[in-house]
Design a protein around this ligand. Structure first.
Ligand code: CAA
Ligand code: NAD
Length: 430
């Protein structure tokens, strides 16, 4: 990682001039960072370095094509911060972003566009000083980053539907599989509902929704996964089921494909070993609701290939998520901390510390959590929470991970939470 510091506009401009050499001939510069930290000044310096008259640059958005040193240089500067992904697509900017030429893009990670081989810089303002920091290169070269084109998602439940939605929305051809037509129809209905809500709220336009749906195929078969580049498993939290499906797909899916699991609590290692490609297996732990939650825990095992790690990390960014690297331990980071808390809330209820409503209200208002523990348990699914707790207890043999009797009984009574219409709360008619 490199870092440049400046205390004046002239110095920031000089950094831009020096970067111009690195950008030639066909490399993009992606700029992100603080407002007012001098991104435009940096781009002006870059333009000067490329032999472009800075006076011709009008912010926020411009395109210049110039002959420079006998070659054609295209300098683009898009103030993408102002735009939503579908607006970028609708304005036809994607082609320009990925096309040839030198590109300087004021870029927002949330947009999820990844430009292969780009030089990624963050510009920060720190007590009157400017700092330009080179961000980790997400991808090594364009061929590698372009390797993921088709994504296969196993399971179209709460998580699978969300993962398929974000993959297709980000422009990837996506196939999602369920075990039966009825389950598939239900999952696809949820997915369409989520896209429709986004349209109603003005976050997505109708054309982008239709384009997303056109990139999506639902299936009950495994064959459509054969030519996938990335397969993400989001089926029930059960080791044998997950091993079985990975084993079956290993024989079917092209050898170059990457396998990812969305498991909440199993170790990725044991799933990787169910395949003949353990170096190409990784954990991608998304959060519920997938279209909203920004985090993906990226879990590498002892066997995971470095290039695979870089590729899926870049893919997470490409679908608009923020990846965080985790070691392969049961529960990774979030569930290691969240699951004992949720289980403890049930124990508090069992002990009569407060009612479901009061415990929820207390944690919402007392800690500023968006949901109280029982609303969240119903949201995650009590069945899934129970499986997670069993697995984590088995792994750690610590009481804090053990499923409380009330949780077990509620699962036995098929009160799975929101998805079955009843959990700690009643959702009948909702
Ligand atoms: N799908 C798509 N979008 C959704 C959604 C869904 N299921 N649910 C809510 N949203 C969107 C809404 O459309 C809304 O968007 P805008 O702000 O753009 O209008 C936004 O999310 C906020 O929704 P609401 O205003 O309706 O409700 P809210 O403010 O209460 O937020 C929430 C809802 C985002 C779910 C929030 O309550 C929250 O963050 N809850 C905690 C969720 C959480 O902790 N998830 C992690 C669970 S653990 C896990 O996932 C790991 C595991 O392995 C078990
Ligand atoms: P879910 O019960 O809503 O959905 C699971 C779906 O997988 C079901 O519809 C089931 O029919 C389907 N399925 C089972 N076997 C299958 C197979 N062989 N092929 C295709 N589909 C199959 O569960 P969920 O909440 O979506 O959880 C899925 C996975 O994601 C689990 O590993 C879970 O631990 C993990 N996870 C869940 C949450 C959450 O909040 N619910 C969050 C993060 C991760």
């Amino acid at each position: 990682m490199r870092r440049w510091r400046s205390t004046s506009e002239a110095e920031t401009r000089e950094i831009g001039r020096r970067l111009a050499e690195e950008l030639a001939p066909d490399r993009a510069l992606l700029l992100t960072g603080d407002l007012g930290a001098g991104k435009t000044v940096l781009v002006r310096g870059l333009a000067e370095g490329l032999g472009v008259d800075p006076a011709e640059i009008q912010s926020p958005t411009f395109t210049l094509v110039r002959e420079h040193d006998g070659r054609s240089v295209r300098l683009l500067h898009f103030d993408l911060y102002r735009l939503e992904p579908h607006e970028v697509e609708a304005a036809g900017l994607v082609e320009a972003l990925f096309g040839p030429g030198v590109k300087a893009v004021e870029w927002a990670e949330r947009l999820g566009f990844e430009i292969p081989g780009a030089l990624r810089l963050e510009v920060r303002a720190r007590e009157g000083r400017r700092e330009v920091v080179e961000l980790e290169q997400a991808t090594q070269d364009s061929e590698e980053s372009m390797a993921i084109r088709k994504v296969g998602v196993l399971g179209c439940g709460l998580m699978g539907a969300g993962i398929a939605e974000v993959a297709a929305k980000a422009g990837f051809e996506t196939v999602v599989r369920e075990v039966g037509q009825e389950l598939l129809d239900r999952g696809m209905k949820r997915l369409r509902g989520s896209l429709d809500r986004a349209v109603e709220k003005g976050k997505l336009d109708g054309a982008a929704r239709d384009a997303t749906l056109a990139r999506l195929t639902g299936t009950t078969e495994l064959e459509p996964f054969a030519d996938c580049d990335l397969v993400i498993e989001a089926i029930v939290e059960n080791l044998d089921e997950k091993k079985r499906i990975f084993g079956a797909l290993d024989a079917l899916v092209q050898k170059s494909a990457l396998f990812a699991t969305n498991t909440s609590s199993l170790t990725v290692t044991q799933l990787a070993m169910a395949t003949e490609r353990p170096d190409r297996v990784i954990g991608l732990h998304f959060f519920n609701p997938v279209p909203v939650m920004k985090l993906v825990e990226v879990v590498r095992t002892l066997m995971t290939d470095e290039g695979v790690l870089a590729e899926v990390t870049a893919w997470c960014r490409a679908v608009g998520k923020t990846p965080v690297a985790c070691k392969d331990n049961s529960g990774f980071i979030v569930n290691r901390l969240l699951v004992p808390y949720l289980l403890d809330a049930i124990r508090a209820l069992e002990e009569g510390v407060g009612t479901v409503e009061d415990i929820d209200e207390a944690m919402k208002l007392g800690c500023g959590y968006p949901m109280g523990p029982f609303t969240l348990l119903d949201f995650v699914g009590l069945d899934t929470t129970y499986y997670i707790a069993e697995i984590m207890f088995e792994e750690y043999r610590e009481k804090r991970f053990a499923p409380p009797p009330l949780l077990k009984q509620m699962v036995q009574a098929r009160r799975f939470g929101r998805k079955s219409g009843r959990g700690f709360y009643d959702y009948a008619g909702k």
